[in-house]
Design a protein. Structure first.
Length: 400
């Protein structure tokens, strides 16, 4: 049967319960995209609000991601004991309430504390939503995983656009945080309305010893794959605004639109990746995406002072980065027994990457200049490619 027709018929195959669950998880992910993408364009404003040097604002990413890592690590244990929808609803409610407090933070320690706590809640939301989506769709999760992360890109695209509308207005940025918090509140109420939570697919207790031994290397390399990929994505999305302004490649408003262009093309890339998931193999998708990203970064390194090249980089990088995360995560889920514990361990790579590399980018900007961001992103994607090769090696070593 034609795969495009199969994709078009998926909603009828799923049934109403699965569709309701999927739509609710997607709304949660819209909030994650919104909340993640408003930080970068508001960094200078938050620095002024808290009386902090811009170079020290890299601690914002560190605190948020440290909380995110802790939330991700705890999710696998909680999902084994508490219904998934209760976990999602409560975590989202807490995240929304904490976001309201960000514009009130009087100093950097208070801001870091708020973002760390929010990060814990968001870590729960992210890990639980991704895991539950796999449990709902099982082996057919590929297009739905790409769809979920399309909605992350949609939220990330919208956030900088809203920031650009209020830039320069006294206190205007606060309404952006509060509007995003309202989205979080509504999505939490939606999850609370869902009925029974999905559970993992049952596996036989009898497992081949060699297969069991080989699962750990796949989990570790999958986690490192996400570590380097997410580090590159968050570092570029979070610091491209500062990069453009510092090098006088764009003014404040234009830099906000540049960030929005990155997330907009990222969103388009996620949308395109939904039908791609039914037509191209995961290996071809990831290799092509990484190759194109590295080519764009090489051009940006050579032509570092060109505003036009920066715009091409932002749009192209967003487009080609988009399929990598959901394709890699789906591939990992198909390579091991996807329990809450396995999912949590793999997603730790995601959260650690979003913590370490953007924080490192802030220090590199302070010490070596804004150009360091491009080198860091390029190096991270090279490491992503290496980890993908390692994943493929260990997958091939598994007994069939």
């Amino acid at each position: 049967m034609n795969k495009g027709l199969e994709l078009a018929r998926l909603p009828g195959v799923l049934g109403e319960v699965a569709l309701q669950r999927t739509a609710s998880y997607y709304l949660l992910i819209v909030y994650l995209g919104l909340s993640a993408a408003i930080i970068g364009p508001t960094l200078p404003t938050l620095a002024a609000q808290t009386g902090t040097l811009l170079g020290d604002m890299g601690l914002v990413f560190l605190a948020s991601s440290a909380g995110f890592t802790l939330g991700t690590a705890l999710t696998s244990r909680v999902l084994d004991r508490v219904p998934g929808h209760l976990v999602l609803g409560l975590a989202q409610l807490v995240a929304a309430l904490l976001l309201v407090l960000v514009p009130f933070a009087p100093n950097l320690p208070a801001l870091l504390a708020i973002l760390a706590l929010s990060g814990i809640a968001v870590g729960f939301v992210n890990a639980a939503a991704n895991t539950l989506l796999v449990w709902v769709h099982r082996g057919g999760v590929g297009p739905y995983m790409n769809g979920m992360h399309f909605f992350f890109g949609l939220g990330a695209f919208a956030a900088p656009f809203f920031v650009a509308q209020v830039v320069g207005q006294a206190g205007g940025y606060r309404w952006v945080f509060w509007a995003v918090a309202v989205v979080g509140l509504l999505s939490s109420l939606r999850v609370f309305s869902l009925r029974e939570s999905p559970r993992p697919e049952h596996h036989s207790a009898a497992t081949d010893d060699n297969g069991r031994r080989l699962e750990l290397p796949i989990i570790v390399t999958s986690a490192l794959f996400l570590f380097f990929y997410v580090g590159a994505e968050v570092a570029f999305g979070g610091w491209v605004y500062t990069y453009a302004v510092t090098l006088n490649l764009a003014g404040a408003a234009e830099a906000a639109y540049l960030t929005s262009a990155f997330w907009g093309s990222f969103t388009l890339g996620r949308l395109i990746s939904i039908p791609m998931a039914t037509r191209l193999s995961a290996s071809k998708t990831i290799l092509a995406s990484l190759g194109l990203c590295l080519a764009l970064l090489a051009a940006a390194i050579v032509l570092a002072r060109s505003s036009a090249v920066l715009w091409v980089l932002a749009v192209g990088l967003g487009l080609f980065l988009a399929p990598i995360w959901p394709t890699g995560y789906t591939l990992a889920g198909q390579s091991v027994k996807f329990t809450a514990r396995a999912s949590g361990l793999i997603l730790l790579g995601d959260s650690l990457g979003g913590m370490v590399l953007p924080w490192l980018a802030g220090h590199m900007i302070e010490q070596a200049g804004a150009q360091a961001v491009i080198y860091l992103v390029a190096g991270s994607l090279v490491c992503t490619l290496v980890m993908f090769g390692a994943m493929q090696y260990w997958r091939a070593a598994r007994p069939t």
